[in-house]
Design a protein around this ligand. Sequence first.
Ligand SMILES: Cc1cc2nc3c(=O)[nH]c(=O)nc-3n(C[C@H](O)[C@H](O)[C@H](O)COP(=O)(O)OP(=O)(O)OC[C@H]3O[C@@H](n4cnc5c(N)ncnc54)[C@H](O)[C@@H]3O)c2cc1C
Length: 324
Amino acid sequence: MIFSHSSPPPSMDLANPGPIHILGAKCPLYPQIPLAKMTTLRVGGVAEWYMAPRLLDDLYGALAWANSEGLPITVLGAGSNLLIGDRGIPGLVISTRYLRDYHLDGSLGIVKVAAGFPLPKLAWELASRGLSGFEWAVGIPGTLGGAVVMNAGAHRSCLADNLIEVEVLDSDGGIVTLPRSALGYSYRTSCLQGSSQLVLGATLQLQGGEDPLLVRRRTDKHLKQRHGTQPYHRPSCGSVFRNPKPQAAGWLIEQAGLKGYRVGGVHVANEHANFILNSGQGTAQDAIAVIRHVRDVVRHRWDVELQPEVKLIGEFSQDVSDLW
Ligand SMILES: Cc1cc2nc3c(=O)[nH]c(=O)nc-3n(C[C@H](O)[C@H](O)[C@H](O)COP(=O)(O)OP(=O)(O)OC[C@H]3O[C@@H](n4cnc5c(N)ncnc54)[C@H](O)[C@@H]3O)c2cc1C
């Protein structure tokens, strides 16, 4: 991948670029970082530049640097809903996964959480304080920011049910607070998808006053149910397709006889037909081939057009515009 610096930082050797520090930043910017390991599906090429800041000042500095260099910016959370192209992502890739501030007002049942806070940890944290209403999120291996963007959901609940407001960073660097009503929420959708706004954090409403033991018990039940129905600990991106309600995508795929269908290192899971699994050597190209085949067979068999829920980002070795 070609670097596109107009004015590299003085410390940088362009022939052999190493990590660089923006003035005053604690967290370095790394060149040419493989992204496969930053996603749960474990496919994808390299980021031209990568940073996972722990401090907001480092985040702001990196964004200002990318803007001054004319580099495109891509934001990742925990990478649990992503299919990154084998040719990687040009420009700066920022993961918000280590922005983890958390402030709870237990008496009001209101929690303010930074974008990188992991959903399972948040679910347990709230349950242990007797705050209910977030038990559904325990089995979703993403960050709060990713959940806000995706309107993640399970067990008939979704993030929008808890949300009071979101704090976002606009492309011009301004911080804006948006109420839930401004976010265009519906099933796995928000108007933040495809926008240039970066989620910094969100404020959620829970219900207080329950016995923590009972909330923990419900949380645990949800997690066990998930472990029993999904290949939870193997490399996947969760549900590949949105459910074409009232049908479930997994049922349509299973009935079409596609469980186990494989291309290279990627196959349709036997445990849950709406999951694809990477057996270790899979590539984005393999995943795309499986997804296209499944979509085409389901269309032919059921006359239903499946839409991907997984987000395709970066550069692919083939045209994927039919899957956006
Ligand atoms: C085993 C497994 C089970 C799953 N089960 C469920 C489930 O039950 N329900 C469900 O809804 N999902 C599920 N998922 C999918 C995934 O966990 C959710 O979509 C989750 O909300 C994604 O969060 P993330 O932090 O990983 O986001 P990523 O996958 O990193 O990103 C998703 C999208 O959000 C954007 N984004 C992420 N963070 C930010 C930010 N701070 N600011 C702006 N944009 C951002 C990215 O650009 C991308 O477009 C599952 C995934 C796996 C692997």
